[in-house]
Write a protein that binds this ligand. Structure first.
Ligand code: ADP
Ligand code: MG
Length: 302
């Protein structure tokens, strides 16, 4: 062993920081395999995703790409097959049943696509929102009212779900999911049953939850147009994050920039349109330039 190797192994060296150590959500090479009989489905195939505290991220992707599986893992309802996943101080791979319950009570709020699944039918909005809260009854009712105001549905506080529109119910569901002051709010296609205008109101409610209460939001949607409404949109394809769109407000102008995602091993997916346009198949030629990489189809002249 050389002197320098020995030095590197010696006491003073700091260990490399863990992947995404400063993010609120860190999914590292996440794998989820479902087995039914002899059929094996790889719902997540090495997914990497980092979400910072206070961010609002939209997750898009075709049906069956693994979006709901990802949210089920992040909510603590499902456990991954392999990989690492951490939310705040919680290591979701290592959690026991008891910790899982505590995690779900303290750390996350969840909104489902089906309006009927989010609220108890025989309670008013205020009662639904107050249900997960602790403390004196009057305080809980007041706080529930504030949350309903935050998401723009203060006027339905005394109505039961069947007396409200789908969009109102989903906004009450957001208020309910915020009741225990979670750090992370997860929503799986919360606008899936709604028309466009109503969907916009529900998205606005999620944005207000994000901006005004500082809750980190991860929202799954099948609607690619949402990338205009959030700062970051992550696309999932075949159980992996494949691209990201960042939205930037530059003084009146809104720009969208699309990025490919490189995983920790340096792999990245070239969009099919690009591959087809240049007939790139199995091999490509790479060149390192001063500030970018060149990628040429195999057989192209040097
Ligand atoms: P999405 O929400 O993007 O439509 P899902 O995460 O629901 O996708 O599903 C990803 C893949 O995993 C699909 O092929 C789906 O059929 C499969 N899958 C999801 N849940 C289960 C399960 N409980 N058992 C077997 N296969 C499942
Ligand atoms: Mg789904």
């Amino acid at each position: 062993m050389s002197d320098s190797t020995l030095q590197a192994l010696g006491g003073g060296a700091t260990p490399p920081a863990q992947f995404g150590h400063d993010a609120l959500v860190a999914c590292d090479n996440l794998v989820r395999i479902f087995q039914s009989g002899t059929v094996e489905v790889q719902a997540l195939q090495g997914l990497d995703l980092l979400v910072d505290q206070g961010e609002m991220v939209a997750v898009v992707g075709a049906s069956g790409s693994g979006k709901s599986t990802l949210l089920a893992v992040l909510s603590g309802m499902d456990a991954p097959t392999a990989g690492r996943v951490r939310v705040g101080r919680w290591d979701l791979m290592a959690m026991h049943a008891k910790e899982r319950v505590a995690y779900r009570r303290q750390m996350v709020g969840f909104v489902w696509q089906q309006t009927s699944r989010n609220l108890l039918p025989y309670l008013t909005s205020r009662q639904n929102v107050a249900l997960p809260m602790t403390g004196p009854r009057r305080l809980r009712a007041a706080r529930a009212g504030e949350l309903l105001d935050l998401v723009g549905v203060g006027h339905v506080a005394d109505r039961q779900p069947q007396e409200m529109s789908g969009g109102e119910q989903q906004r009450v569901a957001i208020a309910t999911a915020l009741a225990n002051e979670p750090q992370l709010l997860l929503a799986d296609e919360p606008t899936g049953e709604l028309d466009t205008a109503t969907a916009q109101e529900v998205f606005d409610a999620l944005r207000r939850a994000n901006r005004e209460s500082g809750t980190t939001v991860v929202v799954v949607t099948h609607d690619p147009a949402v990338s205009g409404l959030v700062e970051r949109t992550v696309a999932i394809r075949d159980g992996r994050t494949s691209s990201e769109v960042l939205r930037r407000d530059t003084g009146g102008d809104v720009t969208h920039e699309e990025y490919a995602v490189m995983d920790r091993a340096g792999r990245l997916q070239v969009p099919r349109e690009y591959r087809e346009a240049l007939a790139m198949t199995r091999r490509v030629r790479l060149a390192l330039e001063a500030d970018h990489l060149g990628v040429w189809p195999d057989g192209s002249p040097r």
